[in-house]
Design a protein around this ligand. Structure first.
Ligand SMILES: [Zn+2]
Length: 443
């Protein structure tokens, strides 16, 4: 897509004003500050790069609100999540994911990392196209106008050698080799790339980890894994293998610059050194981690050790990357009773450039010549953002996703004045996707 945009303000690492942005074939070819708009499309607010949602399970959107009754833990929440998973077909998943990705687009997200493990029909039977569920997600992203990295997830056991239960039969391919064969059938396209994921050390036996790592290495593809979200996972891993989950992943070649450890909440000092020393990205999902009572991960420590930070909406309890970003700093304040651990610039970099890199899109997430033309406008005249502009601080610490007014993805306008241009009624699409007439609700 070609075009010319004018940003009243733009965050290019620094704050600039009156920025003309020329776009050719979906990429930024030039940015010039101090210009008048002329005939350019006016982006009237603070323009930041497209946001990368580095960890998503689209179908968890069905749980929003429904899991807030009563108490429980991560494990009781998972039972409800499994009931939703059991009800999905490829057609239903397309409808639901299209609506969820449209919600993400309205929030300024131009790329989603979908950690996808719901592969097969009930009972574990392969669909005619064994990648029908993954294809539904790729199509959903196209219909919502955003990019996707399908992180196709290997999920083989119920936990340290236990056989999959009935719901989990839909997740498993039986072996790492069968997983690799199926995933190799997925084709990348303009808006979609394919990466690998290890669900967790609970769900992938140690002797299969290397198969997934080798598949990703061969393709230079991203590889993600849930790591140490719960103390019980650490205890199970120590009992089964005598090492922590991070050590196990390191020993089987999973960690490295293409790798992302999701959550990384309960780490030892050695784990932190392994993640940082291997330049593994750590993806934190603070709104999910607080929703599930997981705990607060050592974000500062892993970054100081060498790990870039990325951010994800994970369980979709909230879809708002500004909220994820500020929660990283605010959680540290609560834990340490001191302020100023993360700058707004660093948090915005995590939500943009570093998030995109962790999803295998290093050419996205920056406002500079040569980058993909993903432009997100944060309105500066809402009740939250009106007043003096403070650059990244306004976006990270004052704005919410409701302040995103315009979204350009690859030079194409997908949200204009708060209205999605491809899915005009996103709330209606969500309502319809979450309650099919004449049938039981998803949750
Ligand atoms: Zn997750």
């Amino acid at each position: 897509m070609n075009g010319r945009f004018w940003a009243r303000y733009a965050w290019t690492g620094a704050l600039e004003s009156g920025v003309l942005i020329d776009v050719r074939a979906g990429r930024i070819v030039s940015l010039r500050a101090g210009c008048a708009p002329g005939d350019a499309v006016v982006l009237d607010g603070l323009v930041i790069p497209g946001l990368a949602n580095a960890h998503s399970h689209a179908f968890h959107r069905a749980l929003r609100g429904a899991t807030q009754l009563g108490g429980g833990t991560f494990w009781t929440w998972r039972e409800t999540m499994y009931r939703v998973a059991a009800a999905l077909t490829p057609d239903r998943y397309l409808e639901l994911a299209r609506a969820v990705y449209a919600e993400m687009a309205l929030a300024g997200i131009t790329c989603v990392g979908e950690f996808h493990y719901l592969h097969h029909a009930p009972g574990g039977v392969a669909y005619d196209d064994p990648n029908a569920m993954g294809e539904a997600l790729i199509e959903a992203a196209a219909q919502a106008g955003i990019r996707i990295t399908l992180l196709d997830t290997c999920y083989l056991s119920s936990g340290f050698g236990a056989a999959p239960d009935e719901t989990q039969l839909r997740f498993t391919d039986g072996s790492g080799g069968a997983w690799a064969e199926r995933v190799s059938g997925l084709k990348e396209r303009g808006h979609a790339r394919v990466g690998a994921a290890v669900h967790s050390v609970r769900a992938v036996p140690a002797d299969q980890l290397g198969v997934v790592a080798a598949w990703a290495a061969q393709r230079n593809a991203p590889i993600h894994a849930h790591v140490s979200e719960q103390p019980a996972e650490n205890e199970g891993c120590l009992a089964a293998y005598g090492v922590t989950p991070t050590r196990l992943l390191a020993d089987h070649g999973v960690l490295g610059p293409r790798a992302t450890a999701v959550h990384a909440t309960h780490l030892t000092p050695e784990d932190i050194a392994l993640l940082g020393g291997s330049a593994t990205t750590v993806c934190m999902c603070p709104t999910t981690e607080r929703d599930l009572a997981d705990g607060i991960g050592p974000a500062r420590e892993v970054q100081a050790a060498g790990s870039p930070l990325s951010l994800g909406s994970d369980s979709q309890a909230v879809i708002d990357l500004f909220e994820e970003a500020r929660a990283v700093e605010l959680n540290e304040r609560l834990r340490t009773r001191r302020r100023g651990h993360w700058t707004a610039d660093a948090l915005l970099r995590a939500a943009t450039a570093d998030g995109h890199a962790s999803l295998g899109w290093p050419e996205a997430g920056r406002l500079k010549a040569g980058a993909l033309a993903d432009l997100v406008t944060v309105s500066l005249d809402s009740v939250r953002t009106a007043g003096p502009l403070h650059g990244a601080e306004t976006a990270v610490f004052a704005a919410t996703s409701a302040d995103v007014s315009d979204v350009v993805a690859g030079g194409r306008v997908i949200v204009r004045h708060g209205v999605h241009q491809l899915v005009p009624d996103v709330a209606g699409a969500l309502r319809q996707a979450l309650a099919w007439p004449g049938e039981r609700q998803l949750c």
